[in-house]
Design a protein around this ligand. Structure first.
Ligand SMILES: Nc1ncnc2c1ncn2[C@@H]1O[C@H](COP(=O)(O)OP(=O)(O)OP(=O)(O)O)[C@@H](O)[C@H]1O
Ligand SMILES: [Mg+2]
Length: 279
């Protein structure tokens, strides 16, 4: 596998007199990987993400995104074309008067031919459940609908890397599942790399690898099971284990032991059923 994002010894502070928000961070993300970044409020997740597409550039250290060093201004346009980003607040991302135009905006800027643009806009509006809202004014939609518009616009561009910074926080559970399924499909069909920043450990279970940030440092990097089964690490990073794991721990406290560690609800149900059969 080839690295698509390399963050090398990056330290960063917003103001000269501020403390470092990132402290000697080293991160490598491989092409096609799905990485979730977890960490408490203020740990530096959004700041780190802004280095991936040159919204921030390091004073100290280097970031190479899609083979291009972001330290060179002449690389910024090419980097941003390949690294798409969806933020938490959809209001800041709405740029056009209708849903349809908003989804088309990035495609138009990227010079995608009209026929292809029409196809992708319709496809993404459909996949994000925005049918019937094509001609609505985006600012009149609900928070979750606006997030869907922002996600549709970013996905339509088929970027090489797609960064979600808490971009699903307003989606209802079904909506979240649908978007996660689409992300799996996009990754498979376009060999897309996905980086999702989230407070939702259930969402993080979709990832191949979790990065845990704490006070501007990378505290851990590993598979979801390696990270989420490490109680000491979770406590240090002030993270809560997934629901299934917490219930397993509560059951153990009452003398009911499941045969193996569980992280997902389906695993919990399976093991509870097995337990029932053997008792
Ligand atoms: N524009 C800014 N100017 C000054 N300080 C900032 C700015 N943006 C963030 N910070 C500070 O940098 C630190 C890290 O913020 P960041 O937004 O990266 O955290 P985060 O992990 O994304 O948190 P959250 O989970 O709340 O989104 C915080 O202490 C924050 O106050
Ligand atoms: Mg943030």
């Amino acid at each position: 596998m080839a690295a698509v994002i390399e963050v090398k010894e990056v330290s960063f502070r917003y103001g000269e007199n501020d403390a470092d928000v990132l402290k000697n961070v080293n991160v490598t993300i491989e092409q096609g990987e799905w990485v979730s970044i977890l960490g408490p409020n203020g740990s530096g997740k959004s700041t780190l993400a802004k280095f991936f597409n040159a919204l921030l550039v390091p004073g100290k250290g280097e970031v190479v995104s899609c083979g291009l060093s972001t330290g060179r201004e002449s690389n910024w346009t090419a980097v941003r074309r390949q690294v798409g980003m969806v933020f938490q607040n959809p209001d800041n991302q709405i740029v056009a008067p209708t849903v349809q135009d908003d989804v088309a905006f990035g495609l138009e800027n990227a010079g995608i031919p009209f026929k292809e643009m029409e196809k992708r806009v319709a496809e993404n509006i459909d996949q994000l459940g925005l049918n019937g809202l094509e001609n609505e004014e985006p600012h009149r939609l609900s928070g979750g609908q606006k997030q869907r518009v922002a996600i549709a616009g970013a996905m339509a561009l088929h970027p090489r890397v797609l960064v979600f910074d808490e971009a699903m926080s307003m989606l209802d559970p079904n909506g979240k599942q649908e978007v996660l399924q689409m992300m799996h499909t996009l990754r498979r069909e376009h060999d897309m790399t996905i980086i999702s920043i989230t407070h939702d450990v259930e969402e993080a279970l979709s990832a191949d690898r979790l990065l845990v940030l704490y006070e501007g440092k990378v505290l851990a990097s590993g598979s979801p099971s390696a990270v989420l089964e490490d109680a000491a690490l979770l406590e240090e990073a002030k993270l809560m284990p997934p629901f299934a794991r917490r219930l397993q721990q509560k059951l153990a406290g009452r003398g009911i032991f499941l045969p193996a560690a569980v992280l997902r609800d389906e695993e919990l149900v399976q093991q509870l059923c097995r337990l029932k059969q053997t008792t």
